[in-house]
Design a protein around this ligand. Structure first.
Ligand code: NI
Length: 191
């Protein structure tokens, strides 16, 4: 396994739609080794999630794993989930404005509107069907990762540029208010 370099905003691979994999492609040792590297890289970077284009591969694969995450300590835990060829369906009109960041967008956070109830239909890393619902902040995490597979970054969804903040200034000026909002969202929607 290996920790892969993370591509930064401005790299065209982050703007290209990722390619779907068929079962035979996914089963190859190269694809399985890549999934292991994606997970290891996500963990090494303390990411809540990581999508294949962020490590230079235009494949429709992403991972999410949240466990006492130091970048986002208010996020509920999410077990390690690898998803391939995902589609996302909003399950209600309810939305919230979340403060997001991204390993491919250094030292910047901003407010993005996210659906609070979604369903994800995908394959797992072994090509088996995987469908689940996600709610609240966790729904936001999945929307962020699926956006990566469409060539979108969270900055595309920032409607109010005045919400952009460095991480240090988020801590200094915005964290307290947002953690109160995030805590209310967790209470209302769960993980
Ligand atoms: Ni990201």
């Amino acid at each position: 396994m290996a920790v892969l370099p993370i591509r930064m905003i401005g790299d065209p691979i982050l703007r290209a739609p990722a390619q779907r994999l068929d079962a035979a492609q996914l089963a190859t040792p190269a694809a399985q080794a890549f999934v292991d590297d994606l997970i290891e890289t996500m963990h090494a970077a303390n990411g809540a999630g990581l999508a294949a284009p962020q490590v230079g591969r235009a494949w429709a694969i992403a991972a999410v794993h949240v466990h006492q995450n130091p970048r986002y300590p208010y996020k509920p835990d999410v077990p390690l989930t690898v998803f391939v060829n995902p589609t996302l369906t909003p399950l209600s009109e309810e939305t919230a404005w979340l403060y997001e960041g991204c390993l491919s967008v250094p030292d910047l956070r901003g407010r993005v509107r996210r659906h609070m109830h979604v369903r994800v239909d995908a394959l797992d890393r072994h090509g088996r069907p995987l469908s689940f619902e996600a709610h609240g902040l966790t729904a936001g995490t999945y929307q962020h990762e699926l956006d990566h597979l469409q060539g979108r970054l969270f900055v595309d969804g920032v409607v109010d540029p005045a919400s952009f903040s460095t991480w240090a200034n988020f801590d200094r000026f915005h964290r307290e208010a947002f953690v109160a909002e995030a805590t209310a969202l967790v209470a209302r929607y769960g993980g």
